[in-house]
Write a protein that binds this ligand. Structure first.
Ligand SMILES: C[S@@+](CC[C@H](N)C(=O)[O-])C[C@H]1O[C@@H](n2cnc3c(N)ncnc32)[C@H](O)[C@@H]1O
Length: 112
């Protein structure tokens, strides 16, 4: 007899748990934080990261539903991509990043 496929339980991680998980994954993947700041000043490759709480406010203000795809153009190491994947029900959360070193870090966070 065939076993029934398990249904996904529609629950979400609490904000605190998600914040903890993303910070943990980040700390594991980004082994040399000083590399993030190796860019030419005032160039397109200037790097900075969105704050978790600020992104949370944006997510609360701009509804991202189950028919939406989220794209972070200039996604760095992918923190925003990961947060949106964890805090919304979007179909898919994508990141596009031109700096290969940052892209590689995003890959280490398993988000590409
Ligand atoms: C200020 S950082 C933001 C990183 C990320 N969104 C976050 O908030 O954590 C901007 C990023 O955009 C990237 N970027 C700039 N122009 C780009 C382009 N045309 N295509 C892809 N990435 C680009 C830069 O390399 C940089 O990593």
């Amino acid at each position: 007899m065939r076993r029934k496929k398990k249904e996904l339980i529609p629950t979400e991680a609490s904000d605190l748990l998600l914040s903890h998980i993303t910070r943990h994954v980040y700390n594991k993947a980004i082994d040399d934080i000083s590399r993030l700041n190796k860019y030419k000043s005032f160039s397109e490759e200037v790097y900075g990261e969105f704050n978790f709480n600020l992104m949370q406010e944006i997510i609360a203000t701009v509804p991202i539903g189950q028919n939406d795809r989220f794209i972070d153009l200039g996604s760095g190491v992918g923190q925003v991509v990961l947060q949106v994947a964890g805090q919304t029900r979007c179909v898919k959360s994508y990141g596009i990043e031109k700096r290969m070193d940052l892209h590689n870090y995003a890959t280490r966070q398993n988000m590409t």
